[in-house]
Design a protein around this ligand. Structure first.
Ligand SMILES: [Zn+2]
Length: 342
């Protein structure tokens, strides 16, 4: 017996309006399965496509949001950086102004040192040269240009923004200025220390040099040198200066020193010898009274005795001598100053 495969068929009925005839389709079963499969596949593809699209859109939105956030953050960072740069640039300008101010101050200090040397009678030329060399870098600028305006004074002008390059250059110049200033200040410190020592030495030298008048009265009744002797009327040598002071006028030590002799004899009367430095002494004669003792340290201008007419004297006066290495010299070149509290 022979089996015959007879494919099953489906009948599709389309029913239009009531007054029209019914349309029938007879299709094999397989067609229906294929159609259902195609429909399912199409549906699946549509669903997958929709799902992928939704996912992509979501990702894109998230990415866009992230980008937007990053962009905002970046803009904020840029703004903050711009502000920081602007602040730094302003600081560079301020520093450069400070460097100029410091330069002026260093010059002032050098000038001050120079003046100090001049006042103290030290050689100021040396410092003058130092000032000239130090000002070399900025000698073309006037002091007015170097000094920035005071905070309270008005400032103005047309806006002229500085370029970044100009600020960079200013920064480099300022750095160089500070380096130079640092070494100048170090030199100045050394120089000032030396000057301080020199001034101290000079002060000491001045203190031990008999530059004071020994009495308030500066009338000279007999100078140093040859004269006619007031007692013998013969030519003789007068080894000091006579001051026409009155009886009991104060007699001053003409420099710091040590009393090395006090005494009385028929020629010098009451007299005092003070040693000031090696080889330099002063001698005060014909005193009415001696107010110091042998070995006393005396300061310049201190009262050591009273004017009198003791010894070989015609009347009240002070015979004053300056001795160098035991030899009487003219006191006149030494007499430069009044007593300090005059
Ligand atoms: Zn005399």
């Amino acid at each position: 017996m022979k089996l015959k495969w007879k494919p099953k068929k489906l009948t599709l009925v389309i029913i239009p309006d009531a007054n029209q005839s019914v349309v029938r389709f007879r299709v094999p079963h397989l067609f229906a399965y294929i159609a259902a499969a195609c429909f399912s596949l199409l549906l699946l593809i549509t669903l997958i496509t929709y799902a992928l699209h939704a996912q992509t859109t979501k990702k894109a939105n998230a990415l866009q949001a992230k980008l937007s956030g990053a962009s905002q953050q970046w803009n904020a960072t840029l703004t903050s950086k711009d502000k920081a740069i602007e602040q730094l640039q302003n600081e560079v300008i301020q520093l450069s102004q400070q460097a100029e101010q410091m330069k002026s101050q260093v010059e002032e200090m050098k000038k001050f040192e120079n003046d100090l040397k001049s006042i103290s009678g030290l050689d100021a030329n040396e410092t003058g040269k130092a000032v000239a060399s130090a000002t070399g870098s900025s000698k073309n600028k006037s002091t007015e240009e170097q000094t920035p305006p005071a905070a309270t004074s008005g400032i103005g002008g047309s806006p002229n923004p500085a370029s970044q390059e100009a600020i960079m250059q200013l920064g480099e110049q300022t750095s160089a200025s500070f380096t130079a200033l640092n070494s100048e200040v170090k030199e100045l410190q050394t120089s000032l220390t030396e000057t301080k020592q020199k001034v101290a030495d000079k002060q000491h030298q001045l203190a031990i040099t008999p530059t004071l008048y020994p009495t308030n009265v500066k009338i000279v009744t007999s100078t140093f040198g040859y004269r006619t002797d007031p007692f013998t009327h013969s030519p003789s040598f007068h080894s000091g200066i006579d001051f026409g002071a009155r009886e009991n006028d104060a007699v001053y030590a003409t420099a710091d020193g040590k009393v090395v002799s006090t005494g009385k004899d028929i020629y010098h009367g009451n007299n005092i010898v003070i040693e000031h430095s090696k080889g330099l002494r002063t001698w005060y004669m014909h005193l009415n009274k001696i107010l110091v003792n042998n070995g006393d340290n005396v300061t310049k201008g201190s009262t050591i005795g009273l004017v009198g007419s003791t010894g070989r004297s015609t009347g009240p006066h002070l015979h004053y001598e300056v001795l160098k290495n035991g030899e009487s010299i003219d006191p006149k070149p030494y007499l430069k100053a009044n007593r300090k509290d005059d």
